[in-house]
Design a protein around this ligand. Structure first.
Ligand SMILES: NC(=O)c1ccc[n+]([C@@H]2O[C@H](COP(=O)([O-])OP(=O)(O)OC[C@H]3O[C@@H](n4cnc5c(N)ncnc54)[C@H](OP(=O)(O)O)[C@@H]3O)[C@@H](O)[C@H]2O)c1
Length: 235
């Protein structure tokens, strides 16, 4: 397997950090994108090619990040849009995040960060990706962005809408750019700060499965919505 140049956003902790650790241990060139590079000691310890500053909710930060990355590498093979938040991170009371009670400002802000952030990062890196080898953009969605599952788990309309938007952006990117594979991912319910200890999957279990699936993706997979193990998730 050839060595890849990879960017992972939200590489400070959780699934993103573990994916970075695995991919670095496999010899790939990994750039971790984090909000606070100085504080990302676990990522630094993993030995990435670079730790770059990126706030996915801030367009100026996205532009600076894309410029900084372009000064470090002339091509990119994989972009993992992993960083994301829930309504808890915006200070909302999860018991009031249903469609009848949520503050609409939370829905807009969460969609801006979770969906438009990745879209603008991808836009900023498209030239580097088009110079890459079998380029792939893995957009971290969630089962909660699925119409089927979201209807059964209608607790946080802001999160579900933001991840449904990630799915739509993924399929529209796939249908309008045939040079790059765009794939939406449900990473599983994972024991991270976001997933909580009640989750089903340990972080290394999920991250290893995601990395295996990621490495087998080709342009033929563009427009798919997959689970961590590479199987199709229903829309
Ligand atoms: N865990 C699950 O069960 C689960 C299930 C379905 C989908 N997902 C999705 O999987 C992805 C990773 O989740 P996780 O469980 O690993 O979450 P996590 O442990 O809460 O980590 C979230 C990561 O996103 C980063 N982040 C948050 N806001 C950011 C911003 N504005 N700019 C840059 N980075 C930002 C965090 O950075 P800081 O350290 O700076 O806060 C952190 O690295 C998310 O997109 C999430 O929605 C998770």
């Amino acid at each position: 397997m050839g060595k890849k140049r990879i960017v992972i956003t939200g590489a400070s902790r959780g699934i993103g950090l573990e994916m970075a650790r695995i991919l670095i241990s496999q010899g790939h060139t990994v750039f971790g994108a984090v909000r606070n590079p100085e504080g990302a000691s676990d990522l630094h310890d993993a030995g990435p090619a670079g730790v770059l500053k990126l706030d996915i909710g801030d367009q100026e930060s996205i532009s600076n990040f894309c410029e900084e990355l372009a000064s470090e590498t002339d091509s990119l093979d994989i972009l993992v849009n992993n960083a994301g938040i829930t309504s808890n991170d915006l200070g909302a009371d999860r018991r009031q995040c249903n469609p009848w009670q949520i503050d609409p400002a939370i829905v807009l802000e969460e969609t801006r960060i979770n969906a438009l952030g990745p879209m603008m990062i991808t836009r900023g890196l498209v030239a580097l990706l088009e110079s890459g080898d079998n380029p792939v953009v893995l957009n971290t969605s969630s089962q909660l962005g699925s119409m089927v599952v979201g209807a059964m788990m209608p607790f946080d309309v802001a999160y579900n809408v933001s991840k449904a938007a990630v799915n739509m952006i993924t399929v529209m990117s796939a249908s309008t750019n045939k040079n790059i594979a765009f794939v939406a991912l449900h990473p599983g319910w994972v024991k991270t700060d976001m997933g909580t200890d009640a989750a089903e999957l340990e972080v290394p279990e999920a991250a290893n499965a995601i990395v295996n699936s990621l490495m087998s993706l080709t342009i033929e997979d563009s427009g798919r919505f997959i689970r961590w193990d590479g199987t199709d998730h229903p829309w």
